[in-house]
Design a protein around this ligand. Structure first.
Ligand code: UP5
Length: 207
């Protein structure tokens, strides 16, 4: 349920940094809802919806799908969930995504109006942003080793995805960093070691 959600975590980092690997572990231990926008888009492709072909082409090119599509899918997934804790994986990927998402959350809040410590609070920003820090060569190596037949897991598309990441997503991470929201995790370690750090961040939150 999008109204009165307790927290949203954004997971923002390079392609292949381990977002999709860590999320199921977080869900298992902390019971949040994992919303991977890449998976929501893939479901659209597979359901052969009217936007499916266009989304597939963006993905093949490593480009960012227009916000009007991703925000709508995200909003629907949040509304359909019974959970009030969301981990949003791989989004917002550029400034346009960020402002489009903030606008829908702000609109919801105008309806709900949070009353907190005597002030009306518009909670339009995520509680925190997790950033998995990992060098480019390691990202490329991991994606090339994944071998799951993804249309974007080839060297040519990986280069484009990395370019888009540095050009468009890193500024979003920097924006949240300037607001003190970002928690950086060294992701060039084993899956279990990374999860130990993730766990300690989630353990600080109220149950
Ligand atoms: N692996 C994971 N952790 C490891 C570790 N610690 N040590 C060694 N190996 C590790 O991991 C990648 C691989 O590395 C796996 O084989 C894993 O076993 C291993 P994974 O957990 O899958 O990494 P992740 O960060 O999730 O990588 P992914 O490639 O899925 O990230 P992307 O951000 O590129 O993918 P996403 O699905 O979010 O997006 C795909 C495309 O969809 C985008 O390029 C874009 O075209 C589109 N999109 C949008 O347009 N808008 C959006 O908002 C979202 C997506």
């Amino acid at each position: 349920d999008i109204e009165g959600s307790e927290f949203e975590f954004f997971l923002l980092s390079g392609p292949g940094s381990g977002k999709g690997t860590q999320c199921p572990k977080i869900v298992e231990q902390f019971g949040s809802a994992h919303l991977c926008v890449g998976d929501l888009l893939q479901a659209e492709i597979e359901s052969e919806s009217e936007n499916g072909t266009m989304i597939q082409n963006f993905k093949k090119e490593g480009k960012i799908v227009p916000s009007e599509i991703t925000v709508k899918l995200l909003q629907l997934a949040m509304q359909q969930s019974d959970n009030k804790r969301f981990i949003i994986d791989g989004f917002p990927r550029n400034e346009e995504n960020r402002t489009a998402f903030e606008n829908i959350i702000a609109m919801q809040n105008i309806v709900v109006l949070y009353f907190y410590l005597g002030h009306f609070v518009m909670k339009i920003e995520p509680e925190r942003v997790l950033f998995f820090d990992c060098p480019e060569e390691e990202l490329t190596k991991r994606i090339l080793n994944r071998n799951q037949g993804r249309v974007d897991d080839n060297i040519e598309t990986i280069r484009k995805r990395l370019e888009v990441y540095f050009e468009s997503t890193v500024p979003v991470i920097n924006y949240y960093n300037s607001k003190g929201k970002v928690q950086k995790i060294d992701a060039q370690r084993s899956i279990d070691e990374v999860f130990e750090d993730v766990k300690s961040i989630f353990s600080e939150l109220k149950p």
